[in-house]
Design a protein around this ligand. Structure first.
Ligand SMILES: [Zn+2]
Length: 434
């Protein structure tokens, strides 16, 4: 009687793989063993050989049962569908549930007619290999021509696409991560509520892959990226003035060097477009080196004797008035004159009497008047608007010789005034200013 009970329980344990029954089985085994022990003690006295055989068989059976149960081996039913073994289930009801699941989740009523009948074959299997209704439904769909496993893409609760793209989940993930910044700590989320719902498509009634991909790859995404990078720090420039150089002179005495900052920023983008940026860290790694520039302040550097000599030429100013001196002698571009900025058409006068040696258009000078004052001194008046004298003409001091203009290589109305001593330009400043 007890053997009979034991057999029923063992079978139940194997079929259902139930924990409670497994415990019950162990308990009954223990009970049984004790009783058998006392009975076998009697038997031992009568027949030692028989006892040994019974014990041996019992041990073999027990170890088989225990190893079967502990390995999770159980009975199952192979599902033969459309001529193929499509998996193993615990009972035929799983197939019925799978069919119901498909028909409840399809987009066409004819889908149910496309599902064929299945046959079952008893088998031993590992419990973990048994399919549930969802898994079996997938296998049925895979082996039914008119049905395919598919998904409905919902955006904000509205069904936007029906698709049988196999890697649709990965595609959605790819879309969500599509604005990640390389090398940054990124996280992102869809701005809309995006979800997939399982369904079974009948006769390929799904949207085209291209259309679905287009919808997925255009989903609105908010991405937050923590970006760390090194950024240059601009150097500042300090100017040091020197009277030992003319106005316009400029020389870098210490070269500026950019510094380096370590920055961490939180960048938020919406569909790849930056919507906000927050600086989390801005640390100076290398201080910048300030650039030092030496600039000249001198308008002239004549010795008292040179100044007295220049003044002795007795020049007057070539203009009644001017706005400002726009360039001095010897500036950074080796300017060999003084430029007076003024008004177009204002009169230009001879600084001293002499003979006009040039009154013509001369390339970069534009309209030019040159006067020879004798004693190796000449003056030039360039960029004129109009000329009032001719070459060879004798002019007196203060006589108008031209009008101010912007001819030749010039960027505004001004008089470019040169003094030549023995054929070489010299600084006009001491000749005009005390
Ligand atoms: Zn000039």
């Amino acid at each position: 009687m007890q053997f009979c009970n034991l057999f029923v329980i063992i079978t139940l344990v194997v079929v259902t793989n139930c924990n409670f029954l497994r415990k019950a089985l162990t308990f009954i085994f223990n009970e049984l063993c004790e009783k058998m022990l006392s009975k076998t003690q009697n038997l031992i006295k009568n027949n030692k050989v028989l006892t040994k055989i019974v014990s041996f068989v019992l041990v073999i059976v027990l170890s088989f049962v225990i190893s079967f149960v502990s390995c999770g081996i159980t009975f199952g039913l192979k599902v033969i569908y459309n001529g193929e073994n499509i998996g193993t289930v615990s009972s035929g009801k799983v197939f019925e549930k799978a069919v119901t699941y498909i028909t409840a989740n399809t987009n066409h009523f004819k889908a149910v007619n496309a599902i064929q009948n299945a046959s079952f074959r008893l088998t031993l299997t590992v419990a973990d290999n048994l399919l549930n209704k969802e898994q079996l439904a997938e296998a049925i769909a895979e082996n039914t021509d008119e049905i395919s496993s598919a998904n409905i893409l919902y955006i904000n609760g509205k069904p936007m696409a029906y698709t049988d793209i196999k890697n649709v989940h990965e595609l959605i993930e790819e879309s969500r991560c599509r604005y990640y910044i390389d090398g940054a700590e990124n996280k992102s989320e869809f701005i809309d509520d995006v979800r997939l719902e399982k369904f079974f498509a009948y006769a390929n009634r799904v949207d085209s892959d291209v259309d679905v991909e287009n919808i997925i790859l255009n989903l609105n995404v908010k991405t937050i990226s923590k970006v760390s990078f090194e950024s240059p720090i601009a150097f500042s420039t300090k100017t040091v003035k020197t009277a030992a150089q003319y106005i316009g002179y400029s020389k870098v005495t210490t070269k500026g060097i950019q510094g380096v900052a370590a920055k961490t920023e939180l960048v938020e983008t919406v569909n790849g477009k930056e919507s906000s940026r927050e600086v989390l860290k801005n640390e100076v790694l290398v201080e910048p080196v300030t650039q030092v520039v030496l600039t000249g302040t001198a308008v002239q550097m004549a010795t008292p004797t040179e100044k007295a000599n220049a003044q002795s030429a007795g020049f007057i100013m070539p203009l009644n008035s001017y706005d400002h001196i726009s360039a001095y002698w010897g500036d950074g571009r080796n300017h060999k004159a003084i430029d007076f900025a003024g008004k177009r058409g204002q009169a230009i006068f001879a600084v001293q009497g002499g003979v006009v040696t040039c009154a013509a258009y001369r390339g970069n000078y534009g309209y030019l008047v040159e006067i020879d004052h004798g004693n190796g001194l000449k003056t030039r008046y360039a960029h004129c608007n109009a000329l009032c004298v001719k070459a060879g003409q004798i002019v007196t001091q203060g006589q108008q010789i031209a009008t101010m203009g912007n001819t030749g290589r010039s960027t505004g109305d001004h008089l470019h005034f040169e003094v030549l001593k023995n054929g070489t330009q010299v600084n006009p400043h001491p000749y005009l200013f005390k």
